[in-house]
Design a protein. Structure first.
Length: 368
């Protein structure tokens, strides 16, 4: 009997907590591209907006979240989009206007042209960024019509529906170590590899990389990649992977030191400040708005970078960690978002139900 009473009390406490915290979580949904070929089509994105409308959700921008003079609105949510692809203007913006809903876009300013003189077929983001990186490598200009132009961004900003914030200038990565993970094959196309290695060739070594804000990294001279490639072609190419990695690592350990530079604290601080301020200043100069939120590239967070970025005026740090945010007191150093592999309306409804309840959102965060 006592056992049943205890179970009943626990059950009632859980029900009370769920009821009490309902509407006190702020779910923030994360998108990148919205187009006919992406995992989120314009039609599906519109269904998400309809669901938010039906549930009487108040969509807020990141500027509202960071404004300490404003109370957080119960039953609120956020739509965010990372990078700044052209389809955000072509498909997302008309839908935001149709439903009078707000969003925040975190921009990679390196890729943005002033105005549109050409309307391209929309490419997958990986391919779009790879081609832009290759253009930069070849002629020093990585701007791309796959991204929105400043003219389009200004139009969205002036509508009052869209807030633009920082996401790094170039969205690069940096080497974490020189442990051999694999070997590059022909025709691998990843923009961060282009920035790290230059033009990729078969036989270059693959090392672990992280978003450049997250760690003090290692610079590796291009001469080493060529040195390793020659060794690979002469000695390793036809060996099984286990042997290849072992002998390749031995070669790296014996030869790499004279080709690397490890970042110290000062190097790291100067690099982060320069990269971020380029991003921030461009947005502020073009739009006349204050930039005070930063979205971690690839979601790779860094404790040291938080202090550096705070010195540059960042007040809110936006992650890719799944979970929700407490409306009574948002943790501005660790703003959580929800990105779904399956963005079906059913999954969206489930995640909205969980995310708008602070307790359920916290439980979801623990298991995600």
């Amino acid at each position: 009997m006592n056992f049943l009473i205890i179970i009943s009390i626990i059950f009632l406490i859980i029900i009370f907590c769920i009821k009490f915290f309902d509407g006190k979580g702020i779910p923030i949904f994360l998108y990148h591209q919205v187009n006919r070929d992406s995992k989120v089509t314009p039609e599906l994105f519109e269904e998400h907006l309809k669901i938010l409308k039906e549930k009487n959700m108040e969509l807020i921008k990141i500027s509202h979240l960071l404004n300490k003079t404003k109370k957080q609105i119960k039953n609120s949510a956020m739509i965010t989009l990372d990078d700044g692809y052209y389809d955000n203007y072509k498909y997302v913006f008309p839908l935001l206007k149709k439903y009078n809903m707000k969003a925040t876009i975190f921009l990679n300013t390196f890729y943005i042209k002033e105005r549109r003189e050409e309307t391209p077929d929309i490419l997958d983001s990986r391919e779009a960024n790879y081609l832009a990186a290759m253009e930069f490598l070849e002629n020093g200009n990585g701007t791309s019509y796959q991204y929105m132009t400043w003219e389009e961004i200004k139009e969205m900003n002036e509508s009052g529906l869209v807030d633009f914030q920082a996401h790094s200038h170039q969205h690069k990565a940096i080497f974490e170590n020189f442990i051999l993970l694999d070997i590059f094959k022909k025709d691998e196309r990843e923009s961060s590899d282009v920035y790290s290695y230059g033009k990729i060739k078969e036989g270059y070594p693959k090392f672990r990389k992280r978003g450049e804000y997250s760690i003090q990294g290692i610079e590796i001279k291009n001469e080493f990649f060529e040195l390793f490639r020659n060794f690979y072609l002469k000695t390793l190419k036809n060996k099984n992977k286990k042997t290849l990695l072992k002998e390749g690592q031995n070669f790296i350990d014996e030869n790499i030191e004279k080709y690397i530079k490890r970042e110290n604290d000062e190097d790291f601080k100067l690099r982060i400040k320069k990269e971020y301020l380029q991003n921030k200043n461009l947005i502020e100069e073009k739009l006349g708005n204050k930039v005070n939120a930063f979205c971690w590239p690839w979601g790779h967070r860094g404790k040291k970078a938080i202090e550096i970025l705070k010195e540059c005026g960042v007040e809110g740090f936006v992650s890719t960690k799944k979970g929700t945010n407490y409306s009574a007191k948002v943790n501005l150093e660790f703003i959580k978002r929800i990105e779904l592999r399956d963005f079906s309306t059913k999954k969206f409804k489930i995640n909205l139900f969980i995310g708008r309840n602070y307790i359920l959102g916290k439980i979801y965060q623990l298991f995600s």
